[in-house]
Design a protein around this ligand. Sequence first.
Ligand code: GLU
Length: 323
Amino acid sequence: MEKLAGLVMVLLLAAGCASSGKPVDLATVTSVDEPQPVGVEINPPTTSGAASQVPQCDPTASLRPGTQPQPGAMPAGSTMRAIQDRGRLIAGVDQNTFLFGFRNPTSNALEGFDIDRVRDVAAAIFGDPNKVQYKVITSAERIDALKKGEVDIVVRTMTATCERWADINFSTTYYVAGQRVAVDRSSAITGIDQLGGKRVCAAKGSTSIAKLRQSAAPPEVVAVDNWSDCLVMLQQGQVVAVSTDDTILAGMVAQDPNVKMVGPRFTDEPYGIGIPKQNQDMVRFVNGVLERSTANGSWATSYGKWLAQAGGAATPPVARYRD
Ligand code: GLU
């Protein structure tokens, strides 16, 4: 009897569900806007000057270091002394690029290969790698932050190019990356030549966008503020590929096993530390710091920690000077 009562209850409930309220008519939902990252633009106009207008140069050749002052004893009147007197180095960095400049979610600290370079510079000025005020900036904000003097240095996966040398100074090269393509693990795309007319993501103000435009089969460029926006758009199927430095893509592959890198490198991206144009003493000083980091194993330790797993064994690039 009890069982029967239970069955009747279930049937009544089921009937109630079926008859109460109107079912949603899916046919009336005609379009749902997919959520997109703030600031996304499709095929934005090029901001960089035409390559032909830029004077030829060797973008990897920087200024020779002099005698390095001891930490805490920066020469009077120098850019480094002004930083020492201020009590902190102001560095423009990324917080969205795993392995280079990202925020550790446990400690909330910024970490990565670029952050280690900042810490080396701070240690050389103060004897303390922590005396840094980090300013998180996008790819597109790097040059302006330096020109306006908002930061002392930019260490942010930044390729030294002749066009950028016209506005700022670069240190010697501390790493050479190369542009490649990343796609979903199930994708049949095997390289840049198969991306013509397809939606490909890259960050605004990056060399990556310019290179995609120069491709024999140009894709539809989806330009965003941060590289992490590209990863999310790839995960959501809103773009078929992300194309930028293999270093940045290696970070995405490490974060998401459904992402794979395909095709060979098709550019050279020599990373330099950006420094305001007028601060030549700082350029020589930073180059001295980079020389020391090569000699004392700091570069190698940092490489081993962040990049060796993706990039294999490597040695620091040989410094090139133009004076
Ligand atoms: N290395 C390239 C550049 O400096 C891409 C990396 C980036 O935008 O963060 O433009």
